[in-house]
Design a protein around this ligand. Structure first.
Ligand code: ZN
Length: 154
């Protein structure tokens, strides 16, 4: 990849880690998921509210950790807010492929999330990038209440 592009990607990641979007509490959330990435010390609290057909009506997070983990969460919430359950799962799989599969092209539908493709070269960073997505996956599975997820096996 040409260096100018890499630099632009860095800027997007830094911007989102410094000024995360959809950051804060969601008082009427249906499900709260605490995500933990012990390998790096990243933490995220994801709050999700569903619409009547199970789509993501609203999604917010708080957290702390490295720039990759927080920027990935910020970009993710922007992308998933208002999406149907099917679209969320589709995006989840596309993002997972993006950060793990070196032969894959970056699908257009991922938009700004494509800046995360660089982490595929750094296995530990993949966990940072996936943390928020593990949390949203758990939120969909659980649907209501509170849950905990970790990037490490229990
Ligand atoms: Zn991290």
């Amino acid at each position: 990849m040409i260096p100018e592009i890499e630099e632009l990607y860095q800027e997007v990641i830094l911007d989102h880690s410094r000024r995360p979007r959809n950051f804060g509490e969601l008082p009427d959330a249906a499900v709260l998921v605490h995500g933990d990435n012990p390998a790096c010390g990243d933490e995220i609290n994801l709050a999700v509210k569903f619409d009547t057909s199970g789509g993501l009506q609203d999604i917010k997070f708080t957290g702390r950790g490295c720039a990759i983990s927080q920027a990935s969460a910020s970009l993710m919430t922007m992308k998933l807010k208002g999406k149907s359950r099917e679209e969320v799962l589709e995006m989840l799989h596309a993002f997972h492929d993006l950060v793990t599969n070196e032969t894959n092209e970056a699908p257009k539908k991922l938009g700004d999330l494509r800046v995360m493709r660089g982490v595929r070269n750094f296995p530990l960073r993949v966990k940072c990038a996936m943390l928020a997505w593990r949390a949203v996956e758990q939120a969909l599975e659980q649907g209501v209440g509170e849950a905990i997820v970790s990037t490490e096996p229990a």
